[in-house]
Design a protein around this ligand. Sequence first.
Ligand code: ADP
Ligand code: ZN
Length: 294
Amino acid sequence: MFYGAIEAGGTKVLCGVGLQTGELVDHVSIPTRGPTETIRDIVTYFRSHPVSRLGVASFGPLDLDPRHATYGSITNTPKIAWRGVNFLQSLKNALQLTVFIDTDVNAAILAEYAWGAAAHLTTALYVTIGTGIGGGVLVDRRPVHGLMHPEMGHIGIRKDSSDAFPGICATHVDCLEGLASGPAIAARWQVSSQDLPSDHPAWALEANYLAQAIATYIYVLSPQRIILGGGVMQQTALLPAIRRAVASNLNGYIARRELLTEEIDHYIVPPQLGQLAGLRGGLWLALPSMDMEP
Ligand code: ADP
Ligand code: ZN
């Protein structure tokens, strides 16, 4: 029995096929364009790779309230062509399958819980720092849904007095995403974030902003582990700088050994599933034992 998985992102859509064990047996990458062309390519892939159920890990914001007629739609994304597109329903109609959907980051934390760095935990967090910043949260082993889903990249941050950069979030200007996403780093320093050397002051500022956010997430959610993924985290100097800045920010208030210098390396960690955490999360959503359909 094969299960289908999709991770839909701003630049590419990964489509894959896997087994009940969570193993992926095939996957491809499709460039994200308008919904018509992109969904057509996804449907073509699954017509040639038949699956019994399909799980979708998608960019958002998403309507995840199953009582709504618009359940499974993309809501007010800056990707105008995708606004109001019912991703879930389009796939159901075209493929005549049972389809499950959650945010890319909720899916990533589910996959890390099932097969990676959050195994055996009950409350854990996956944050991606890439083109945008977003977080997926597992509380009592379930991803958080409520009014919609958490939007952890858009929280307020105290700006450093040395930072004259205004921020680039289209809605809030200087929220976390506006100050610390990959495009924000590039706009502030006029150099793409992958081209900034590891000793550039950009990284201390980046660690400061991310640590403020992570301290807030720790106070609000009390996660047992925090997983940091996304393109910006490929700068290897960043993770150790974030760990130091989080410890300094908490200033001993959370008196847990996980936050001590010698233990924090196991508390704030990279994704164990690497770049495929989101796609593996799509697969997790499709598995029958994980039945999450409303
Ligand atoms: P997406 O957010 O579209 O899923 P990514 O998570 O790969 O994609 O994030 C892309 C962002 O990560 C871009 O802003 C890019 O400049 C930045 N990035 C990619 N590689 C690196 C790197 N090695 N060091 C720092 N930043 C990087
Ligand atoms: Zn914002």
